[in-house]
Ligand binder design. Structure first.
Ligand code: ZN
Ligand code: ZN
Length: 361
């Protein structure tokens, strides 16, 4: 079968031939991959910034944003049958008996750092014709989401972020009457975050570099959010326009902008970081003023990485809601579909667009 292999030591990424995997355990599920999404993580893996092959191998298969169709199930799998659609988990638990996070089935909070991640760290990914995975790490997707199911994994970030934020904000015994959310970045993670914020009742604004018109701004309009270009409107002016920012969902990986916006967060507000910053030299800033602000305004800062089972379940539910509520919006986020032979341009980031997808099956 075909697969996309990353060879970190040789610094090579290429289409490879691998033996088709088979069912061995009673809870194994064989999946014919349909589509795999490409994101900034894949670009960094293909630039060899990080990425670890499975033990004993010199390469790993790329891909963590999956959508596949079940082709065969082990004897103990009763709730899946050939033809069902599934999305695979990314992170699997570490083996450490003392890791309370992993032993509580919340490996996204793993504290030892010895977790494994499909297509990133010590586990092959999903950019292959076939994959075999244990039933425990698969999530069932309804057939109605066939064309957009590849967005489940990127949506899990927003699901975890908003779930955790709601838990933190339950410290406030009231609900703001018209809460405002500011989303930084209009890529797939930002747009899905904006959809989730809107669904949760926030008056949502997306703040991103590109001036209008552009495809992300059109999607923002379609979901009832505001779009403001950071090239046209400075942070102060944007913050003055919004008046009150209760929640910031950062999906950009730009540390300087994040700190500029953090200063404008409303009292009792929460700031969610999801992006890992690119190397950039920060302007010197007054750390004492930032800490004073956090203290005097009871603000919270939350970092979010990876997602657990509940986030996948919620993402599949909410993707269905988005699909019905904003027809065509999810579809227009997928701006490019490429055959596996042409994987290189999207994974190297040469194609542009919002979400590029490798079409496999
Ligand atoms: Zn990703
Ligand atoms: Zn762990």
């Amino acid at each position: 079968m075909r697969a996309v292999g990353v060879y970190p030591q040789q610094r090579e990424v290429r289409l490879i031939e691998r033996v088709e995997p088979g069912i061995h355990g009673a809870t194994d599920v064989k999946i014919r991959m349909l589509e795999v999404g490409v994101c900034g993580t894949d670009k960094e893996l293909c630039a060899f910034v990080y990425g670890t092959p499975p033990a004993g191998s010199d390469h790993f298969i790329l891909g963590h944003e999956s959508l596949g169709e079940v082709s065969q199930v082990g004897s103990a799998v009763e709730d899946l049958k050939p033809g069902d659609l599934v999305v695979g988990s990314v992170r699997l638990p570490c083996p450490d008996a003392a890791c309370q996070a992993c032993r509580s089935h919340t490996q996204d909070f793993c504290s030892t750092g010895n977790y494994r991640e499909h297509g990133i760290r010590s586990l092959d990914g999903y950019m292959a014709d076939f994959v075999v995975e244990d039933r425990a790490w698969l999530h069932i997707v309804p057939r109605s989401l066939r064309d957009v199911g590849v967005l489940v994994e990127p949506l899990t970030i927003a699901e975890k972020g908003f779930h955790e934020a709601a838990r933190v904000q339950s410290r406030l015994p009231w609900k703001p009457s018209c809460p405002k959310a500011l989303v930084l970045g209009a890529g797939a993670v930002g747009l899905l975050g904006a959809m989730k914020a809107t669904l949760e009742g926030f008056d949502t604004c997306i703040y991103s570099l590109q001036p209008e018109p552009n495809p992300s701004a059109a999607i923002a309009k379609a979901i009832g959010a505001t779009y403001i270009s950071s090239q046209e409107v400075a942070v102060d002016e944007m913050a003055a326009h919004l008046v009150h920012i209760d929640l910031v969902y950062e999906a950009l990986g730009a540390a300087q902008l994040a700190f500029d916006v953090l200063k404008r967060l409303a009292p009792n507000g929460i700031f969610i970081f999801t992006g890992v910053p690119r190397a950039e030299s920060l302007e010197p800033f007054d750390t004492a003023a930032i800490v004073t602000n956090l203290v005097l305004k009871n603000q919270a800062i939350l970092g979010i990485v990876n997602s657990g089972r509940q986030a996948f379940t919620n993402a599949i539910r909410d993707l269905g809601i988005f699909h019905t509520r904003w027809p065509g919006a999810l579809e227009s986020m997928i701006t490019g579909r490429f055959p596996m032979e042409e994987f290189l341009d999207p994974v190297m980031g040469r194609t542009g667009g919002i979400k590029n997808v490798i079409r496999i099956g």
